[in-house]
Structures are given as structure tokens and as C-alpha cells.
Design a protein around this ligand. Structure first.
Ligand code: AMP
Length: 138
């Protein structure tokens, strides 16, 4: 399987589509998932082109993990979540729908079931506030 640069995250990385961006540096962006499984569901997206974990450059993986940790801590602090689930899907049978490597940071709240993967769309105004608060906590 080869990387196809017409995927939606590549378009966001190129600035062709809007996003609720939380953070950006030379190697990655962080944004909120617009179909969140819970409040504060964030995505860490390395800029380097790869479909997923299987074809990623190991150097890009090592570079992004500290950011994944920072975002997990910031999301937990801002949302008051009781736990954080880290998820990452590789190829369609495993649940991948956007074929540019990304890590899901999914807050888990005691006694609250997670929504479906790729479920309902979140309110834009609410996402904008969350994105700002998480950015400030990073
Ligand atoms: P995956 O199934 O791991 O490929 O996850 C792709 C994720 O991207 C899903 O959780 C979607 O809800 C999310 N998603 C799809 N389109 C957008 C978008 N335009 N902005 C933010 N998140 C998106």
C-alpha cells in the first residue's frame, strides 16, 4: 500500500481544509477529532508522509512520542478525565479510515461509555473552546 497525499489529514496539513488545531511544530500537528469518542478526543499527526505505523520512518515515531505524552497530560488536565486511552489503527480491517499516520488520545470518564469510533459530529463552538484550553495547558 502506498501513501496517497489526497487524504483528509494531508489536506489539513497543507492548509487546504480547516481544523480545530491545538498545536503545531515542524514535525507534527495536534487537533481535535470532529467526531469525538469522548469530550477532548485529540489527534496527534506527524507531518512526515506515511499511511500508518507500518510504513513510518522510525525516526518520525521517536520524534512524535514525547508530544503524544504531552498532549495526553494536557487533555487529562483540561477535561478532568479519569484516564486516557491511546489508539492507533493500521489499515481498514483494523479500523483505519484516514490513511495518514495519527495517534488518538481519547479521554475516558468514570462510568461513561465511549462513543463509537467515527460517531456523531461535535459542536464547533465547543471544540474551539477545548482546543484553546488544551493549547494553553501544553
Ligand atoms: P482512523 O479510523 O484511525 O483513521 O481515524 C480517523 C479519525 O479522524 C476518526 O476518529 C474521525 O472521526 C477523524 N476525522 C475525520 N475527518 C476529520 C476532520 N476533518 N477533522 C478532524 N477529525 C477528523
Amino acid at each position: 500500500m502506498t501513501y496517497d497525499s489526497s487524504n483528509i489529514f494531508a489536506k489539513i496539513l497543507r492548509g487546504e481544509l480547516p481544523a480545530h488545531k491545538v498545536y503545531e511544530d515542524d514535525t507534527a500537528i495536534v487537533m481535535l477529532d470532529i467526531f469525538p469518542q469522548s469530550r477532548g478526543h485529540a489527534l496527534v499527526i506527524p507531518k512526515a508522509a506515511s499511511r500508518n505505523l507500518l510504513d513510518a520512518d522510525p525516526a518520525a515515531l521517536s520524534a512524535v512520542m514525547p508530544l503524544v505524552q504531552r498532549v495526553a497530560k494536557a487533555v487529562k488536565g483540561v477535561t478532568g478525565a479519569d484516564g486516557i486511552r491511546l489508539a492507533q489503527f493500521n489499515e481498514a480491517p483494523a479500523g483505519q479510515t484516514v490513511f495518514h499516520l495519527h495517534f488518538h488520545i481519547i479521554p475516558v470518564y468514570d462510568g461513561v461509555a465511549l462513543g463509537a469510533h467515527g460517531g456523531g459530529k461535535a459542536d464547533d463552538a465547543e471544540l474551539a473552546v477545548l482546543a484553546k484550553d488544551i493549547a494553553a495547558a501544553l
